[in-house]
Design a protein around this ligand. Sequence first.
Ligand code: SF4
Length: 305
Amino acid sequence: MNNRSKVIQKRIMKLKEKRNAAILSHNYQRPEIQEIADFIGDSLELAVKATKINAEIIVFCGVDFMAETAAILNPDKKVIIPSADAKCPMAAQLPAGLVRKAKENNPDVPFVIYVNSHAEARAEADVCCTSANADRIVEQLNSDTIMLGPDANLAWYAQRKARKRVIPIPSNGYCYVHRAFRKEHVSKVRREYPDAAVIVHPECDPEVQLSADFVGSTSQMLKFAKKTDYERIIVGTELGLIQRMRREIPDKSFIPLNSVICFNMKKNTLENLLNAIEKETNAVNVPPSVAERAKKPIKRMVEIS
Ligand code: SF4
């Protein structure tokens, strides 16, 4: 990290104190942001953490739907995001109208919505899920058929684990970052590093999931990396998590399955973080009527899991 970044980090830390703000960083954020964050984690971990911290301002370093979740769960706090352009393209693949239409067409089938979705869409769904608990939520619901969106690979993963029929809505929703991993990448690293474990995210394609040693959310991958006896681990997710693993588990070696980054996550920089905290710009507001309805599927998820 260069001197300029260190100077900006110091300015942010001072301002953070002055404004009584807390910085929450998703696992996929730039290392220089993760380094000064109060908490690092996956989207739901961070939103829940936000309810437990004593700060007036939450600076959410992640993408739009994550900051919305934090705003919904923390109506008494001001939530700001460094870059207003940090938007998840997968969340945009499931507009509220599509959830409504799917429910009209299948009135007896519960709709499980991935937390990687917008508040308006979540307000229409029955229960929320994360990549860490999608299989358990599907398993617990009292129906043999479930709808799940927007990620079709997560729907496939939940179907396989819960042994129920899971209909993906939309039929081909995807995360471009995790779609970039291929079975050939797994074959290549297995040849190069026969002693390594391969771990991937459930947003990866089914054939990639089937060829891995472990499939899990970012928090589950981190736990696996900390506990496993493997000393070398090949990681199939966004580079930011690998950088965190290298920082927190220095005695093991972490190799990207393929070096992919989420350009949307990386729209947050130290510069726009400083600007946002200084001017308190890019406030994330969810209309109270939507927030109230969008909170229900999250509450239901917590009850079920
Ligand atoms: S990694 Fe994928 S799901 Fe996450 S913000 Fe980027 S595009 Fe969206």
